[in-house]
Design a protein around this ligand. Structure first.
Ligand code: SF4
Length: 457
């Protein structure tokens, strides 16, 4: 493998403010303003529009040379005026780009000045909420930008009301972006348990909207401000993802006394069981027959595909918590995860994944890398020679060059349609994943041996 620490070639992550966009777009009637140069918001708009196949509006303060030298206060204030005039949002997320961070603009202070100059108060029921998030892309990835934005949203929109009025709901807060289909599934499961939930961020409609005659400037849907404010009255917070910290769950526990439980993303059998166990404990109800049957179908599907998947050498890459979930699922179906890569640096990824593999398959030779680029990943592919790649569409060049089939999961997926409808979570998500993986292996075998009969596979 190439030993480098001075250059990144083809990053395996997206930039930090992109993560904040994914979080803010899950809040009802919200708009995002990038404080920085125009190119940043153009890149993010295109990236997300190609993935979700939806129009994605992101404003920019359009900093140029003048702003870079004298500060971006004037541009940011003009940008806020324009966004309010044209979109009439309830929430504006102001995410900083590399340039704004480098010149050292004090964004919270500029926003405070803007509010005072325009008579905007702090009443969340009537005033526009302007929420700054510091997202310098040179220090962290989209994964950190996502959770930082969620933390800022929760801190900004929840208030200490003095007394708690229990709402009987559970807060569900993932540490990583999930597809609209995943969010819909989680909401359905929580409702069926039966436990009403406040899921933040809810992109199930905003990034997968039905066609409408009267096209709204801001996509309908998202977690409402009143629901976010009500999170302080919930019976518990359920954090999804335990590799990265979940600051909003911690904040709701420390500041408002809402007990927090953290489980891995419900990907695969074991991790979905943990999710249902946690919801059962919170709601005090048993798992409905519908999901007991789905679980049984998943095990049946695992038995069906085991003979095709056992021992298949797989390389997984992407966001740390999703890779961890997929490792869990791959081990459950007898696959051999030879290479696991997270583009984002995270303190616990390597240790967690290595211990999972050691426990389930101590005989497996594996390489686990975090915070690496596609160039390093490519070197590792050549040394481990997997049979299959599982990750986002940026891996297609390696897939083509090395002749290894690719199953597309995660974000971005630019060269296929339907990314917004890909389901990973829950028992149904696991079934869909193993079906896609098995069918990809069948297709690869058919290409190698065109005369092969399906029944002999
Ligand atoms: S990495 Fe920095 S400069 Fe590049 S698009 Fe992201 S925020 Fe803008």
């Amino acid at each position: 493998m190439t030993e480098r620490n001075f250059v990144t070639v083809n990053p395996c992550v997206m930039c930090q403010p992109m993560g904040s966009v994914l979080a803010f777009k899950g809040v009802e009637n919200s708009m995002v303003l990038m404080h920085g140069s125009q190119g940043c918001s153009t890149y993010m708009r295109l990236h997300l529009a190609h993935h979700f196949r939806e129009p994605v509006d992101i404003a920019s303060s359009s900093l140029s040379e003048r702003g870079a030298v004298y500060g971006g206060s004037e541009n940011l204030k003009k940008g806020l005026h324009n966004v309010i005039d044209r979109y009439h949002p309830s929430v504006i997320g102001v995410a900083t780009t590399c340039m704004a961070e480098t010149i050292g603009d004090d964004v919270p202070n500029i926003i405070q000045e803007f509010k005072e100059e325009n008579g905007i108060g702090d009443d969340i029921s009537k005033d526009i909420q302007i929420i700054p998030v510091s997202t310098p892309s040179y220090s962290d990835s989209h994964v950190n930008g996502y959770i930082k934005a969620l933390d800022a949203i929760v801190r900004h929109l929840t208030r200490d009301t003095g007394e708690s009025i229990p709402n009987g709901k559970v807060n569900i807060i993932p540490t990583e972006h999930l597809s609209p289909a995943d969010i819909r599934e989680l909401k359905q499961i929580a409702t069926d348990m039966p436990e009403q939930c406040i899921l933040l961020p809810d992109i199930s409609d905003t990034f997968d909207a039905p066609i409408q005659d009267d096209f709204p400037k801001i996509a309908l849907g998202g977690t409402s401000i009143s629901d976010i404010a009500d999170m302080v009255n919930s019976s518990a917070s359920l954090g999804l993802g335990s590799i990265m910290n979940n600051p909003p769950v911690d904040y709701l526990a420390e500041k408002h006394g809402v007990p927090g439980i953290t489980v891995p993303l419900p990907i695969g059998l074991k991790q979905t069981d943990l999710f249902f166990d946690a919801l059962s404990r919170i709601s005090g109800s048993t798992v409905p027959d519908k999901y007991v049957n789905e679980r049984g179908r998943l095990i049946d599907a695992m038995v069906d595909v085991h003979k095709y998947l056992y021992g298949v050498r797989v390389a997984l890459y992407g966001d740390p918590e999703k890779v961890r979930g997929m490792v869990s699922l791959m081990l459950e179906v007898g696959m051999h995860p030879v290479l696991m890569v997270s583009g984002s640096k995270s303190p616990d990824f390597k240790r967690t994944v290595e211990s999972m593999i050691k426990e389930a398959r101590p005989d497996c030779d594996t390489i686990v890398l975090d915070g690496v680029d596609f160039d390093t990943f490519n070197d590792a592919i050549r040394s481990t020679r997997p049979d299959l790649l599982v990750g986002d569409s940026n891996g297609k060049y390696i897939s083509k060059a090395e002749g290894i089939p690719l199953v597309r999961v995660g974000l971005p997926i630019h060269d296929r349609v339907g990314a917004q409808r890909l389901l990973m979570v829950g028992y149904r998500g696991a079934m869909e994943l193993i079906d896609r993986i098995t069918n990809t292996i069948f297709e690869a075998k058919e290409k190698e041996e065109p005369t092969i009969q399906m029944c002999s596979l």
